[in-house]
Design a protein. Structure first.
Length: 129
């Protein structure tokens, strides 16, 4: 079984919206039980300019992944259910999110590789000429 612990970057889209919303997640996989934290920029009139935080709880079973995102902020006081599957040898998850029968859309998240994170850190630490 693939362990999903680590840093992930993703997007989710509304069915009626053109531009997707980006998010970052830190997942902890405890033998198929998932926990973690999600941060994203606000995308509604009440939350534009704010960084929203949420707690993640869920599970992974084989290639199926399910989790609930529970917003910590009073701007958004609801939960979002995500259901998807592992693809690309466990390096990505794709699926659908929903809050109700009428609010749903696609999402995709990709594992951030340690090599890419290290190269970004090194690049930031080296002063430009």
């Amino acid at each position: 079984m693939t362990n999903l612990s680590g840093w992930w970057a993703g997007t989710y889209s509304y069915r009626t919206r053109i531009a997707p919303t980006s998010f970052e997640a830190e997942l902890r996989d405890h033998g198929g039980r998932l926990s973690g934290l999600i941060t994203e920029d606000g995308d509604s009139p009440r939350s534009i300019g704010l960084v929203l935080q949420a707690t993640l709880i869920g599970r992974v079973s084989g290639s199926s992944v399910e989790f609930t995102k529970i917003y910590d902020d009073v701007v958004r006081s609801h939960s979002v259910f995500y259901e998807g599957g592992l693809i690309e040898d466990g390096m990505a998850i794709e699926g659908v999110w929903r809050t109700s029968a009428t609010w749903s859309g696609p999402f995709r998240m990709e594992r951030r590789s340690a090599r890419r994170e290290l190269s970004e850190t090194v690049r930031e630490a080296v002063p430009a000429d």
